[in-house]
Design a protein around this ligand. Structure first.
Ligand SMILES: *[C@@H]1O[C@H](CO)[C@@H](O)[C@H](O)[C@H]1NC(C)=O
Ligand SMILES: *[C@@H]1O[C@H](CO)[C@@H](O)[C@H](O)[C@H]1NC(C)=O
Ligand SMILES: *[C@@H]1O[C@H](CO)[C@@H](O)[C@H](O)[C@H]1NC(C)=O
Ligand SMILES: *[C@@H]1O[C@H](CO)[C@@H](O)[C@H](O)[C@H]1NC(C)=O
Length: 320
């Protein structure tokens, strides 16, 4: 048991890895779709088999759903990157690519590889469908700072932390026996509190909240305008975006130090400061994903359209 825990600490990958709540991923999907060109919308609709019961938000959250249902051990490493030099206690947040992505087994290469599958007309429609949904998902993960941190397995081992009054939080355990760690605070507690959602809401409530959040972020982005460099379809940008996420851990998530994080109610000032970071990252993820998909579709448009998914292949519809 002890050696397993130790190994988990060293490898990082063997601890359960979550991601933005489905709610966060859905928001990224809805936001991205607001940036899609008409051709991108059409392409994704046929590629994924989007329908009213399986929309772009569901497609962006799909990867975690199948992981939870099927395990998918081979894809665990795809959701994050663990930079080895990271040590926020000395204010070191430093992503080095490709050395921090051993054997190409991290989220950066996962985005690349799956993008290639989407573009590969010989790959078969079902594989391309999965690949498209992986890409939608990984843009969300890439922008969750703890997914780009090598410190204590992306914060999974910074625990227990308290998201509520210290005396009631029972060392990080909240009703429902959920033990918070720094990773799950960022995946779930901060975005949900920001949007007034309890830990357990109906899927319909979460989905409506995701649509509304995407709408609000989009309107704000329209007013603020988009910088040209945010619309990027090249590999270098993915590495830059991962580095930006990584640095947010030193700048915000662990700026007060681990001791502080373990000893304070994170639903107070910590929440207020970092909710801004979360919203900004969700906004960037959606906008950049929109640009990425548009760039990809521009290339695909030079080729004939996809064949239709058969009923059997379109297993996602209504199955969530
Ligand atoms: C949209 O797709 C159609 C058909 O695939 C293509 O003829 C057209 O040029 C595309 N439009 C743009 C703006 O790329
Ligand atoms: C991406 O593809 C390369 C080359 O096939 C492979 O070495 C690497 O492990 C792959 N990574 C992921 C995350 O799929
Ligand atoms: C797509 O992903 C699902 C869920 O993991 C899997 O069952 C299916 O075999 C995959 N299809 C292809 C062609 O990769
Ligand atoms: C919380 O953890 C501390 C240190 O491990 C321990 O002394 C204390 O009894 C725990 N409190 C509760 C309510 O479990």
């Amino acid at each position: 048991m002890r050696s397993t825990a130790l190994l988990a600490a060293v490898l990082g990958a063997t601890v359960p890895v979550t991601a933005w709540d489905p709610f966060g991923h859905q928001t990224v999907g809805y936001l991205a779709s607001k940036y899609f060109t008409p051709n991108a919308t059409a392409r994704l609709t046929s590629l994924i088999g989007l329908s009213p019961t399986f929309d772009i938000g569901d497609a962006a959250a799909w990867a975690d759903t199948v992981r939870d249902r099927e395990g998918l051990p081979w894809s665990k490493m795809w959701h994050f990157v663990n930079p080895r030099a990271d040590d926020p206690t000395t204010n070191t947040c430093k992503l080095q690519y490709p050395s921090d992505c051993p054997r190409g087994n991290c989220i950066i290469d996962a985005i690349l590889n799956q993008t290639r599958v989407v573009m590969d007309q010989s790959a078969g429609i079902a594989a391309r469908r999965n690949a498209t949904m992986w890409v939608l998902h990984f843009f969300g993960d890439l922008h969750q700072p703890m997914h780009a941190s090598g410190y204590k397995a992306g914060g999974n081992l910074v625990r227990p932390v308290c998201f509520g009054p210290m005396e009631t939080c029972n060392n990080g355990t909240v009703p429902g026996d959920k033990v918070w760690n720094l990773h799950s605070i960022w995946d779930s507690a901060i975005p949900r509190k920001l949007r007034g959602l309890k830990e357990t809401e109906s899927p319909e409530t979460d989905k409506k909240a995701a649509m509304l959040w995407a709408e609000e972020i989009y309107e704000r982005q329209q007013i603020e305008g988009i910088e040209e460099k945010e619309q990027c379809g090249s590999m270098g940008c993915v590495v830059d975006w991962a580095g930006e996420s990584n640095r947010l851990v030193c700048q915000h998530a662990l700026s007060k130090g681990e001791e502080w994080v373990l000893g304070h109610d994170l639903s107070g000032d910590y929440f207020l400061e970092n909710a801004k970071v979360v919203e900004s990252q969700v906004g960037k993820a959606g906008r950049r994903l929109g640009g990425w998909i548009n760039a990809l579709v521009d290339i695909l448009d030079q080729f004939p359209p996809e064949e239709e998914l058969t009923e059997e292949e379109n297993y996602g519809g209504g199955d969530l």
